[in-house]
Design a binder for this molecule. Structure first.
Ligand code: SF4
Length: 319
């Protein structure tokens, strides 16, 4: 058994294309020579996601369509030798399409493997944005009426250094290996058919024939890599670690006072409230200021609730 798996029996239906995606991923990981704990596998919602427990890598289960955003955050935070792989279905990929395009545009260092069986398998076979025209699903028994998105070309146009589409039969580990070795964003769309719902609704179709009819052209689209996006770390301090403002004046104020300043946008209500609170702090008092105004900050009402007190304040509102 591969050192990347803790359980060799995969949890998918017999004949499901997800089996081959896992086997080929494992082979590609073996080929690039990483250690299991240097890999983070982020899965999405869908049948593919129940494989988490089989992998000996780190695994994280994301929300539907959001696993690329989750993986991108991890890839940006982890040291460059760590590999982040996102497993996502065609449903999740089109729910979270903007996350994929943004990760490609920024050139985040991660590999997205799209399990495109052309429908939502886990929820009973509904169509997704990658369902090809004419493909029959439970909701479109006469054939899906719209063309599908072309994911590898979309990410290529967004700037991905590596994008590929493979027919999910046999050994396609070489393409996955190329994706994993890419510095920056890579995506591999693997075409497959859900044996439970896709085959039931389209018994006459074979995968290669379906891919050809749908215009799902296998291929690899590359372009020179750009610098990988890694946010510059900022030095931040907790508010609790900040030093108290030293008192420079004395105040004869006793007890607690609540003031409400009111006016129209642009009249300086917020600034007046802040000045009042800062002056009180400089005089050794506790002070808070809470501003209220509509989202249209340049028009409408403006109020500032200011509390001045000798003792700590636990809520910053007047009421
Ligand atoms: S329902 Fe379809 S996608 Fe899900 S495991 Fe079974 S064959 Fe695979």
């Amino acid at each position: 058994m591969s050192r990347f798996l803790v359980k060799p029996e995969l949890p998918f239906c017999k004949g499901c294309g997800h089996h081959l995606i896992v086997r080929n991923t494992v082979k590609a990981l073996e080929a690039i020579g990483v250690q299991p704990l240097d890999v983070v596998l982020v899965t999405d919602i869908g049948c593919h996601g129940i494989v988490d427990g089989n992998f000996a890598t780190h695994t994280v289960h994301g929300l539907h369509g959001r696993s690329v955003a989750l993986g991108a955050g991890m890839a940006m935070a982890l040291p460059p030798h760590k590999k982040v792989i996102v497993y996502i279905g065609d449903g999740g990929a089109t729910i979270g399409l903007q996350h994929i395009l943004e990760a490609a545009r920024l050139n985040v260092d991660l590999t997205v493997v799209v399990h495109n069986n052309m429908l939502y398998g886990m929820t009973g076979g509904q169509p997704s944005g990658l369902t090809p025209e004419g493909f029959r699903t439970v909701l479109t028994p006469q054939g899906y009426p719209f063309p599908h998105h072309d994911l590898p070309r979309l990410v290529h146009d967004a700037g991905a250094p590596f994008a590929a589409r493979v027919i999910g039969l046999g050994d396609f580990s070489g393409v996955l290996q190329q994706a994993l070795e890419t510095e920056g964003f890579s995506l591999v769309e693997v075409l497959e058919i859900c044996v439970s719902y896709g085959v039931k609704m389209n018994p006459d179709l074979r995968l290669k024939e379906l891919a050809q009819q749908a215009g799902y052209e296998p291929g690899v689209w590359t372009q020179p890599s750009r610098p990988v996006f890694r946010p510059v770390p900022r030095e931040t301090r907790s508010l609790l670690e900040m030093e108290a403002i030293p008192a420079r004046y004395t105040s004869s104020l006793e007890g607690r006072y609540t003031l409400v300043l009111g006016g129209s946008a642009g009249e300086g209500v917020q600034q007046a409230g802040e000045l009042l609170a800062q002056t009180a702090i400089a005089a050794g008092l506790y002070a808070t200021k809470k501003g209220s105004y509509p989202v249209t900050v340049g028009v409408g009402f403006s109020t500032a609730e200011v509390i001045l007190s000798r003792s700590p304040i636990f809520y910053h509102g007047a009421t």
